[in-house]
Structure formats: C-alpha cells, structure tokens
Design a protein around this ligand. Structure first.
Ligand code: FES
Ligand code: FE2
Length: 399
C-alpha cells in the first residue's frame, strides 16, 4: 500500500521531469502578515496547535534500552521521556513534586533514578517517587500521588511523539493519517543518533514556510548547495503532513528502469514534513538524516530548531570507523548549521522584522507553493476546530 503510493508519486515526478513542469495549486493565496506576529493569534496557536497535538522529541533508537531517557522543553513545558525498567516508554513533566525544580538536566542518557538537584527527592524510571530526603519531616505524605506528572507519548516509524497532556484529544494514528507507514520506509529505528544542535530562528511559521519551499533553493542558497537544486516542487499530503519532491532531481536513477525493479531507497527522496513542526531531509544517498524539530519560543517572534542527526545503520565499533564517522558527522553538522543559521534564519529573522513594519498586509503563496498554502489553510481550520471535533477533523482527512 505505502509502496504503491511511493510509486505513484515517482511516476508523477517522472512525467513532470519529462515535461519540465510541476504541480500547480488552483490559485494564489494571501496570508495576513499579522498571523506571524499578533500576540493573540500566537497564544491561540500555542493552545490549539502545540497544546493539543503531539510533537516529535526524539528518535526511538536512542530510547531503546531500559532506563534511557531524554529531557528537554517544548513550548514552555519541561519534559522527561524515559524507557522504564519494564520496557515501557513514558512521558512526564520534568518538574519536582516537592517545589517544582527541574529534576533532570536537559539532554539524553541512562538513569535508574532521577534525582532532583534542589533537595534530592528522587524518581525511578517509571516516574514513581522513590526517595524523600529527611522523609520524617513530611509526615504521612502519600508517595503514590507524588510521582512525576504524566504526559502521553507515542512511538511510530522510529520517532517519539510527546503530547503536552495526559489526556489527548486525538490519538496518534488518527493524527498521522497513515503517514507513519510512509515514514517507516526510512527505517529510522535502525539508525543511531550522532548529534543535535539548536538554532534560534524567527516565528515558527516563518521558519516552517522555508522547509516547505523549494522555490528559494537556488537563489537564497546560491553560495552553498543551491546551484545543484531546482526551484520546482510537488507536494503530497497525508492529512496535514506533507512530502515535498522535486521533479527533475533525484529521479535519474529510475528513469530508464522498469517499475518492477524500482528500489524503495530510490523512491523516498525529498523533504518529509510532519505537521506542525518537523522537516526531515536525507543527505549523501540516505547515509545521514537531519530531523529538524521547530519549537516555538517564548513570544511570537522567536523559535528554536533542534537539528537531530541520524546516521543509517548501527553505531560503528571499530576505532577507524568511529573516527571516520565522527569526521563525516562534524562536517555535515557544521555545513547544515551554517546553511540554516546564516542563510535561512538570517533571512527569516529579517522577514520577521519587516512583517511588523506595516509595509505589507499579506504574504503571497503562488501556484507553485501549494505546500505553504495547505499548511496555512489547515492551520486556520485547526484554530477554528473545537476540542470535541478535533479527532473528527483528522479522521475526515484519512483516505
Ligand atoms: S524541589 Fe525537588 S527536592 Fe525540592
Ligand atoms: Fe532554505
């Protein structure tokens, strides 16, 4: 089923490649510039988008072992996701039951106990309160009620999603609209994580617009990877999740090959986005993946992007292999940091300032920018959807 979809998309790209064309949206769409900086709009997005939908925080491969964990922050919520000693993945507020300190320093690792740095209360890998210093001073407190506060988590296609609630309004499969089957072709669960870096950026939508946009590639990125890129893009959607492919690029390996012999690895190119905040790109024939996770900052004008790098296959054990992988990873991470910080977000931060200046009322998304059109259109629909209709909204988008 998912391979059939990949083949259909490849055929369409090959037809466009031969004709020198791309998909076209029905018309040009205007997006009010206030959407990018209005405080009320931003608060609504925090509540109705990031408050109700799951966000990617990790790869399954780094949370495979019992007691492994990741701690961080999403849109103001400090979180801890741990694989319990019983093998179950759980999410929590990373916040102490005593007086609210951050229990575990942001990062990844392995711990049987998470001990608060303030007064040493400790929690086990299932989030249960395991130790209270000078417990007599707290009398008869009910330890069973003083574990870490739970948040829902889900794993699909080798990625880990976190909800900022323990009672989701939309379950992960309804939310993903079958997209996880497509993402599974990348085999993220068989990769290993080789690095993370964080880049400050503009409003999360200014940043996200860029990930859906191939139109700018040869222009803005003319000094880096742009000269080898095309401006053309085709968009395929599973609900609000979109894959962006480029006719004329990456398909040359199958153009003269019979369909029955098309290899899956040749059919999964392009950029794979996950609504509302992830973009996944492959490098060097799938040797390396960069999973860019955009998180809103503390105000409408800021965001933070965590670039998580996955190297295909198991981690090397031989010293030479370790050294050569480290060398490759360092170069790839530095290059991608430079491109996104000094080209994309440099431009995005200036856009952010200009949008507030009052010089224009609307941004335009052309017929060649159907992905951006769908993103902003769905966002408007989502904001207008009450809680009790959220699940139905996503179900209505399933095939
Ligand atoms: S705040 Fe954590 S032990 Fe006091
Ligand atoms: Fe870019």
């Amino acid at each position: 089923m998912s391979r059939e979809q990949l083949v259909r998309i490849a055929r369409r790209n090959l037809a466009h490649t031969a004709a020198g064309t791309q998909d076209q949206a029905d018309g040009v769409v205007q997006v009010p510039v206030t959407n990018y900086f209005d405080e009320d709009r931003w608060r609504e997005e925090m509540e109705k988008v990031f408050g109700r939908l799951p966000v990617v925080v990790a790869a399954s491969c780094e949370l495979a072992a019992p007691n492994s964990y990741i701690a961080g922050e999403v849109a103001g919520t400090p979180f801890l996701v741990t694989r319990g000693d019983d093998g179950e993945l759980r999410g929590f507020y990373n916040m102490c039951s005593h007086r609210g300190a951050i229990v575990t320093e942001p990062g990844t690792g392995s711990a049987r106990r998470h001990t608060c740095p303030y007064h040493a209360w400790s929690y086990d890998s299932r989030g249960r309160l395991a130790g209270v210093m000078d417990a007599d001073d707290f009398g008869d407190i009910d330890r069973d009620c003083l574990g870490l506060t739970p948040l829902s988590v889900a794993e699909r296609a080798g990625l880990v999603w976190l909800y900022r609630t323990s009672n989701p309004l939309v379950d992960i499969d309804t939310f993903l609209c079958g997209y996880d089957e497509m993402l599974a072709h990348h085999r993220f669960d068989q990769c290993h994580v080789v690095g993370r870096q964080v880049i400050a950026g503009p409003n999360w939508k200014v940043a996200y617009d860029g990930y859906l946009d191939f139109y700018h590639l040869p222009i803005l990125h003319k000094d880096t990877f742009g000269p080898e890129m095309s401006t053309k893009a085709n968009y395929d959607a599973w609900g609000p999740h979109q894959r962006v492919t480029s006719p004329g690029r990456g398909w040359e390996r199958i153009v003269d090959v019979d369909e029955s012999e098309w290899d899956d690895s040749h059919l999964i190119g392009g950029v794979w986005t996950i609504f509302p905040h992830v973009s996944i790109a492959a490098f060097d024939d799938g040797r390396m993946y960069m999973v860019s996770m955009l998180y809103p900052g503390d105000d409408p004008g800021s965001s933070f992007t965590t670039q998580m790098f996955l190297h295909s296959g198991p981690a090397p054990v031989d010293a030479d292999d370790i050294a050569s992988e480290a060398d490759y990873v360092k170069k790839r991470m530095e290059f991608n940091h430079h491109v996104v910080k000094d080209e994309d977000y440099f431009t995005g931060l200036r856009i952010q300032r200009a949008l507030r200046s009052g010089g224009k009322q609307f941004n335009l998304f052309g017929r060649n920018e159907g992905g951006g059109q769908r993103f902003h259109g769905f966002l408007d629909t989502l904001l207008a959807t009450p809680d009790d209709e959220l699940s139905s909204l996503f179900k209505s988008l399933h095939d």
